[in-house]
Design a protein around this ligand. Structure first.
Ligand SMILES: [Zn+2]
Ligand SMILES: [Zn+2]
Length: 355
């Protein structure tokens, strides 16, 4: 099947100052080992806001943004195939793991392109053109086939947030034996609740926002608790004074992290997924004497993302259930503005929507 490809396309950049800049540029041509994707869905991420939207924080030592088309949660359809591509063909539906690494370092060989330290490392929407456009060139080493059951919006959810949540749960070896408490119910927290439940665990969601607790109930959390001063005590009561087997912090706040250590039971696992901020705690009562394992976890690997896609397909779960707002590409500016209020669930740009 041959697709008609125009010469020019629309894309969205984030120049800073809470602006979205619409650009017109030539449709890129896929090189060897690459495919051209017609973009179908691209979701917005908290990291876009933290590091690019307001200001480019690379100036202060954060992640680098190279004046490229934004968007690192891409899902689309292959419309043109470069040389030496055997595993993807025109018409294939894909999710894109959002970072390309050097390919030869230890971490890249494990599929953890996120951890690559070499200068060849390029993330879509950060150092190379990303998802918020009509077309995007992707390296096939970062492409994952999307099964028919999963929509393009599902794909966009998987590309970053669900992948990150899945990896955190893998680190804690979550199973049906566990009660998993998720602290902070933004999109990654919601993803963690959905996936932990699908892995057979009993789930508890904690947040300071009533709206988010409502959402957590809707996606099937077994228990939701308001993150007030009594929340630790409430968790202890709920677990017969023992605490939970796994606590996952998605809040990134010092109090959220501290509470995760407090509510974890003896020999439990605590995973820190929420970015930024700090935490201070007394290691003796909270970590050593409880024999806790504390994991830091960042994004996931291409291989684990592939297994996640398979898992979601098998369990018949649509990650797009956490989307609360969707916009066509032409309204990306509004999408960011609404997302920046902090009052939404996941916000997704859907290229198949009418203007
Ligand atoms: Zn993201
Ligand atoms: Zn590498």
């Amino acid at each position: 099947m041959k697709y008609e490809i125009p010469k020019k396309m629309i894309g969205m950049k984030l120049p800073g100052g809470a602006k979205v800049q619409k650009v017109e540029q030539p449709v890129p041509v896929p090189g060897p080992g690459q495919v051209l994707l017609k973009m179908k869905a691209a979701s917005l991420c908290g990291s876009d806001l933290k590091y690019i939207y307001y200001e480019h924080t690379d100036k202060t030592g954060g992640a680098r943004y190279d004046d490229v088309i934004a968007g690192h949660e891409p899902s689309g359809q292959v419309v043109q195939v470069g040389e030496d591509v055997l595993d993807f063909k025109e018409g294939d539906r894909v999710v894109v793991y959002h970072i390309q690494g050097c390919g030869y370092c230890d971490e890249c060989k494990k599929g953890f392109f996120i951890n690559c330290q070499n200068p060849e490392r390029r993330a879509y929407g950060w150092q190379r053109d990303g998802a918020l456009a009509e077309y995007m060139v992707a390296d096939v080493s970062t492409c994952i086939h999307l099964p028919d059951f999963l929509t393009y919006e599902d794909g966009a959810m998987i590309a970053c947030g669900f992948g990150t949540a899945y990896q955190g749960l893998l680190r804690a070896n979550v199973s049906g034996r566990d009660r998993v408490l998720v602290m902070g119910l933004g999109p990654v927290g919601q993803a963690a609740l959905i996936l932990a439940k699908a892995m057979g665990a009993e789930t508890i969601g904690v947040d300071i926002s009533e709206e988010r607790l409502e959402m957590a109930k809707k996606i099937g959390a077994d228990q939701v608790l308001l993150g007030d001063d009594d929340v630790v005590q409430k968790v202890m009561e709920y677990t017969d004074g023992k605490g939970v087997e796994v606590a996952v912090d998605c809040s990134g706040s010092s109090i959220g992290r501290h509470r995760c250590l407090e509510v974890a039971r003896m020999w439990g696992n605590v995973v820190f997924l929420g970015e930024q901020g700090t935490v201070t705690f007394e290691p003796s009562p909270l970590l050593l004497h409880k024999n806790l394992t504390l994991h830091g976890s960042w994004v996931t690997s291409v291989g684990n993302m592939e297994r996640l896609v398979e898992f979601l397909d098998r369990k018949k779960i649509h990650p797009s259930q956490i989307i609360t707002h969707r916009y066509p590409l032409s309204r990306t500016e509004e999408a960011y503005r609404v997302f920046a209020t902090g009052k939404t669930g996941k916000v997704c740009v859907n290229m198949e929507m009418e203007d």
